[in-house]
Design a protein around this ligand. Structure first.
Ligand code: G6P
Length: 367
């Protein structure tokens, strides 16, 4: 009913708007007096210092959160991170050695492959930490430790607040590990804590600008293919943006690490092809701009999602959505919001069943 949807037309839009709260509720209880506390993770500082490897294991969007997590955890804590699809991990006889932590990410806590992969890790004696939203779910019950995301119930099949609260949990973990392992300076640590606290307000700000995305999406009802490009963390965001679009609007899309363009995707660019370039990593700015120029030369229409002061990008693109500035490790959470809105508005404009896309389930409890 309309009341259940909080006045929104779809659960997905309601849940998109619940993100400031979901992110706040996941982050704030774990920050006290400018320090991150993750009391759920019952590892000693020694054990965290001794970590040789982290596996992140998940399916679907949770896997994309894991890809983002790899970049951020490696950057802040210098622990090698391997990200695996649960359905691959469980059957590939993974090499699991001492001092390994397996982080299992699942909104529902019931995904069959993810649960099986976690059991496989445990069978090898690897410690498991689950990042889960549904309290008391199977994965939450069986994991050694659980870090709950406090997104509240998610109804729409396509995850939104579930995903961004997973990113929030991963950011906290990365900071926690980085601090204990002494890989972050005190001033960077404090700056990042402040940034984490400001994320909910920044999401709110972007949501107020949603008509800009709607305007653009409405011009793309006849859309056939979209290519999402990014480098580094923006590549991880591109994976999620592409999944979001295809799952609810049935538009074919691909995410490409921008440097790989020349090894394939560029042959698919024609006059009018939509390319979405995610551009939040300042250290890679020049690199992605040259990829943008390459696709523009071949006729692509380019939408850039970039940090608010990158006005320069307007020279090489057709449409720009500006996201609030944040620490470079946390931009994935910013860039995801307009991409959720874009997928949503394209799906609505096409008359798709946004909350219940064909052939998909909220939680895949069979293999
Ligand atoms: C399904 C959902 C996705 C979700 C994936 C993993 O495919 O449609 O939105 O990302 O399962 O679900 P989980 O509950 O394990 O995060």
């Amino acid at each position: 009913s309309a009341a259940e949807k909080g006045g929104y037309q779809h659960f997905m839009m309601k849940e998109i708007h619940e993100q400031p709260k979901a992110v706040r509720d996941t982050i704030f209880p774990r920050i006290k007096e400018d320090d991150v506390f993750i009391h759920e993770l019952r590892m000693t500082d020694e054990q965290i210092k001794d970590l040789k490897k982290v596996f992140i294991i998940a399916c679907g969007s949770a896997y994309h959160a894991g890809v983002t997590g790899k970049y951020v955890i490696e950057e802040l804590s210098r622990i090698p991170v391997e990200v695996d699809l649960a359905s691959e991990f469980r059957y590939r006889n993974p090499i699991l050695e001492d001092n390994t932590l397996a982080i299992i990410i699942s909104q529902s806590g019931e995904t069959a492959d993810t649960l099986a992969a976690m059991r496989e890790a445990k069978r090898h004696g690897v410690r498991t930490l689950a990042i889960v939203n549904v309290v008391g779910s199977s994965i939450a019950r069986e994991a050694d430790d659980v870090l709950y995301t406090w997104a509240g119930p998610e109804i729409a099949v396509a995850t939104t607040k579930g995903y961004t609260s997973q990113l929030s949990a991963l950011y906290l973990l990365a900071l926690h590990f980085g601090k204990i392992r002494e890989k972050i300076s005190r001033s960077d640590y404090l700056e990042m804590i402040q940034e984490l606290k400001s994320l909910p307000d920044k999401i709110e700000k972007m949501l107020q600008d949603k008509e800009k995305i709607q305007y653009l999406a409405n011009q793309y009802i006849g859309l056939k293919d979209v290519f999402f490009l990014g480098r580094g963390i923006d590549y991880a965001s591109a994976l999620e943006a592409s999944l979001k679009l295809k799952e609810i609007s049935y538009v074919h899309s691909e995410a490409y690490a921008a440097g790989e363009l020349k090894h394939g995707t560029i042959s698919l660019i024609e006059d009018g092809t939509l390319v979405v370039a995610l551009v939040t990593q300042e250290q890679l700015y020049g690199k992605i701009v040259s990829n943008i120029v390459e696709v523009k030369t071949r006729g692509a229409f380019v939408l850039a999602v970039t940090n608010e002061d990158n006005k320069d990008i307007e020279k090489n693109t057709d449409y720009v959505f500006y996201i609030p500035k944040t620490n470079k490790n946390f931009t994935g959470l910013m860039a995801t919001i307009p991409m959720q809105l874009f997928a949503y508005y394209v799906a609505v404009a096409k008359g798709c069943d946004v909350d219940q896309p064909r052939n998909l389930a909220k939680s895949v409890t069979v293999e």
